[in-house]
Design a protein around this ligand. Sequence first.
Ligand code: CTP
Length: 408
Amino acid sequence: MNTQSNWLRSGKMLSNKTIVLGVTGSIAAYKAVEIASQLTQAGAIVSVIMTEAATEFVTPLTFQAITGRRVVTEMFDLTSEFSIEHVRLAEAADIVIIAPITANVIAKLAAGIADDMLCCTVLATKAPVLIAPAMDANMYDNPITQDNLSKLKARNFTIIGPAWGRLASGQAGLGRLADINDIIGAICQTLGKNGDLAGNHIVVTAGGTREPVDPVRYISNRSSGKMGYALAEAARDRGAKVSLITTLASLIEPIGVDIVNVNTAQEMYEAVRNVVPQADALVMAAAVADYRPASTAKDKIKKTDAGLTLKLELTPDILGSIKGDFIKVGFAAESNSLIENAKQKLQQKELDLIVANDITATDSGFGADNDRVAIIDPEGNIESLPLLPKREVADKVLDKVAELLSGR
Ligand code: CTP
């Protein structure tokens, strides 16, 4: 599982963004505490507005302690100056997210009823509004709720979830609050939708390919896939349409990204070839196996005293062989002669950029959350970066991709 927390995964995306977090009276209200905490850790200015019902589930003090900011509730005297707080928040907000939102508050918003601080804020804001429903599965399924959600969707509200799973009733169904990673991912995607990659389609590959030896064994490498996932999330958060071709089903799937799961180099080659004709850039962060077993045994290979020799054959060189009218970015993970080897690959594979990664550097490379890389272009310019979180490396690479795309 990708253990990277959202504050690391979102990079600088949320830093200093004003986020209004509305919390309504659902059993899932306790999960809003974690959302507030993760957004605050990521550098956002989080102002929480709670409905009266929400305060039955979680205390305002909890949110106040976590966000370091005053929490707006219905308990404030509506005749005091604090009653116009919602107007100030509505204006200051970069985004409003209501998580969880109940069927009742969905109905009120769909009808334009503004009889509490939260609904007043939503009606008064020009910022994008995201809602993450949480309720009983039958309530969610009810045509009245569905109609109300359709109305809000038609008004440009973004609806996240709900997810399928165990509900407060003890039954399983569609009605659980969406995963927190999806909620935070959707916030980042919405905030960045007019970013410098808007209108571009970026294809990213991730993970080490797996070349089968027999039904239970494969040849692979130590790639964690984190760099590719960081690139996919960063491109999404700059407005791009993103296709992520990955060998790893175990990492947290980024919301808002088209995911294609593959295993072998051959499958990755075919998946890339299918999608690049419509793409503006291909970023090959995957560690593609250079060799695969010449044949795959149908049955599990049995141990013998004679030992075992595997005959290997070359896999297709994806980056080297797929050509077209798109920006090509490669990665070179090297243990020696970093810059020379990377430059050679840049030339041989006719790339627009190569990211050279010294896998012998401490805390960098395979499996680490950080990388120390140099970005090299065909003119021989080298930008050597310090040790940075993978998301920040991804953004530096995409700065160059955006520059190249804008120059086309
Ligand atoms: N690559 C590819 N297809 C392959 C092998 C590599 O598309 N069959 C891509 C990688 O995704 C990476 C770049 O080419 O972006 C360089 O990968 P690397 O394994 O370092 O290069 P190789 O050409 O395989 O050279 P070597 O393994 O000899 O260092």
